[in-house]
Design a protein around this ligand. Sequence first.
Ligand SMILES: Cc1ncc(COP(=O)(O)O)c(C=O)c1O
Length: 393
Amino acid sequence: MMNHEMQQVLSNPSAQRAARPALVDTYAQFPIEPVSGNGATLLTRDGREYWDFYGGHAVALLGHSHAGVTRAVTEQMAKLTFYSNVVPLEIRARAAERLCRFAGADLNSVFFCNSGAEANENALKLAIQQTGRKRIAVLEGGWHGRTLLALSATTEEKLRAPFSDLLVDSVRLRPNQLNDVDKLDAGIAAIIVEPILSIAGIVELSAEFLQALRRRSNQTGTYLIYDEIQTGAGRLGRPYVAGAFNVAPDMSTSAKGLANGMPIGAVLMNERVASRVKAGDLGSTFGGGPVVCAALLAVLDTIERDSLCEHAARLGDAMHQELVVGPVERVLGRGCLIGLRTRGPAKAVQQKLLDAGFVTGTSADSNVLRLMPPINTPPEAVLLLRNALCAIQ
Ligand SMILES: Cc1ncc(COP(=O)(O)O)c(C=O)c1O
């Protein structure tokens, strides 16, 4: 039965508005409200300071409110805030050139867009268009975004179910199962993989598996796509996984921290792919805008000038060495993409760490806590995190 209050809400849109906040309620949120950030720390409205081992979901690559990025962005804002891809811009060409040089692995061309899902959507579109094939291959547990092709590559059933009729057909391989590689056949346009499956719970792909995927893809004419949205831009202690283990993908997608919080997506591609892109095949109004390109250039300058790939690798080693304490039984991952396998539920550990002043993330594996700190986090933060873990009963 409808009570009086409910009847009023349904018959009066402004009462409806008052009953529910204007922002659509679609996110489970942490119980903190940051008001400012400084490097690897956050200050919240209630005056507490936190070490940020979550990084706004792996976005604060160089930490919060980075001075060099802020300067580059504000200077470019004042000079020319935006012009679309209908004109050439020197800063856009320079950002593209610089990113390709940074990535290496024969990824010599880039298409700029605005998010991770958009980067994966465009990479998969290119593979389907260029091969003329309609199926894709994915890894069990892979997470690639919420647009329809990216969702087709994502295996989280809850997200897929409402759209199941609209998704393209996908073949699933189990991570690191060499026997599954033969599932790739000449009807498959692309296989897309996260070199470390992050949301799945920090599952690292072996060199043998990546090499086998490359060999099989060559035999079947399938494109090999690395989703490096979390593993790229220096986070693992090298620019990208592309090129490691003598495996070069045909495309590598990047986003998250690439412009340290300015929205960016990038599809890096080799000559085989880029040479087949025709005018009009790809497009984005905002992609490659001058401000985001200024941010990207400042990020790459800082990574190279401050040797941050090396620093990220050292932080990863320190986390492996120091953090098997308290509720943690194993450390997974590398660089600044780390999983802590916990004895009890990771969520309870996350809450206790938050109480102790550390922001961390969970994963689809209920026993894996995820750490995605800025790659310039000071080493002392790892020791403080160790102390906080030791204090957990
Ligand atoms: C590996 C991976 N790919 C793609 C995405 C989608 O990125 P976005 O949220 O920017 O669309 C995410 C987001 O968390 C991700 O972790």
